[in-house]
Design a binder for this molecule. Structure first.
Ligand code: GDP
Length: 323
């Protein structure tokens, strides 16, 4: 790849080069590493205000892609350029993907002011997160002023995405009473805005009731003086209330303020730094010749009950340190 051409193409917002740049920064191949680093260093210095980074999460079927299609179309109609990235933990395990389906967001896919990228399917969740964070840098340098990061509602991926965006939006369905328990407490702790989706037809009243209950539950989770995550209702399918959800996202940004946003991003960079270190150490461990040499023996000994886990770990680490 011609590095200078790629850099220039990204800065000019040319789609083909944006796509190639993302492929480069997603690559786990050691031979792409130096070029990816260089590109990211050049791109990170982009001027202009930072893009609005929003994480969007919810269980499969909650209506994420329908919602993003409605929101994204609204935003591009208002003159924004919208990037959509995905962090899909299922792609990590199976190579297949819950979020990657090509037929999703057909309208937004055809929109010249939108750029949609499915989840990278290689490696660990940490690796996918690294790729997504770096893809975000590419999109921002290419002039996408809104970046939506979609993830499926399964545990760790949400915490990971919350750690790379300014505002975390959680989509849920009407649930009341006991069903509320089903919404993991952890989610309520990281959500900045909550929207009860599919509030349409005969489900509208139910959705409003659920939103009120959820708002009550949240007051118990969050401390006084903190941002109180607003709970609203919407219908992505009928494009009702989607503008209101967006306004809440902007309100949350206002609440952070310029200083708060800068601090939040700086702390995220620090977390990201350590995540990169852990990722790298993990890779080195995997490729260590010393570890490879003793691995089979240690495995057999542990399986045979001849070696305890702590001693086995010591042996592997010693082998690694001697590399
Ligand atoms: P995702 O898995 O979270 O991305 O969900 P999808 O956007 O693919 O939607 C799952 C199903 O719910 C589809 O059949 C959609 O047509 C439907 N759906 C999505 N949003 C709404 C909504 O606002 N109202 C209603 N009634 N159905 C919706």
């Amino acid at each position: 790849m011609d590095a200078a051409g790629l850099l220039e193409g990204v800065r000019a917002g040319r789609r083909a080069q944006v796509a190639r740049a993302i492929t480069l920064v997603e690559s786990t191949a050691p031979r792409h590493r130096a070029a990816a680093r260089e590109l990211l260093t050049e791109l990170a210095g982009a001027d202009g205000p930072p893009a609005v980074r929003v994480g969007i999460s919810g269980v499969p079927g909650v209506g994420k892609s329908t919602f993003i299609e409605a929101l994204g179309s609204r935003l591009t109609a208002a003159g924004h350029r919208v990037g959509v990235l995905a962090v899909d933990p299922s792609s990590v395990r199976t190579g297949g993907s819950v979020l990657g389906d090509k037929t999703r967001m057909s309208r937004l896919s055809a929109d010249p002011a939108a750029f949609i990228r499915p989840s990278p399917s290689a490696g660990t969740l940490g690796g996918v997160a690294r790729a997504t964070t770096q893809a975000m840098t590419v999109l921002e340098a290419a002039g996408y002023d809104v970046v939506l990061v979609e993830t499926v509602g399964v545990g760790q991926s949400e915490v990971t995405v919350a750690g790379m965006v300014d505002t975390f939006l959680f989509l849920t369905l009407a649930r009341t009473g006991d069903q509320l328990q089903g919404i993991k407490k952890g989610i309520l702790e990281i959500a900045d805005v909550i929207a009860v989706n599919k509030a349409d037809g005969d489900r509208e009243g139910e959705a409003r009731g659920a939103a009120r209950e959820l708002a009550g539950a949240l007051r118990m989770v969050r401390g006084h003086g903190e941002w109180a995550p607003p709970v609203v209702t919407c219908s992505g399918l009928h494009d009702v209330g989607v503008d209101d959800v967006w306004q809440k996202v902007l309100d949350h940004r206002d609440h952070l303020g310029e200083g708060g946003l800068t601090t939040k991003r700086a702390e995220q960079q620090l977390d990201f730094t350590w995540a990169l270190v852990r990722d790298e150490l993990d890779q080195r461990l995997r490729h260590s010749a010393g570890v490879k040499a003793v691995q089979a023996d240690v495995r057999a000994a542990v399986l045979a009950g001849e070696l305890t886990a702590p001693l086995a770990a010591d042996r592997l680490l010693e082998a690694y340190d001697q590399d």
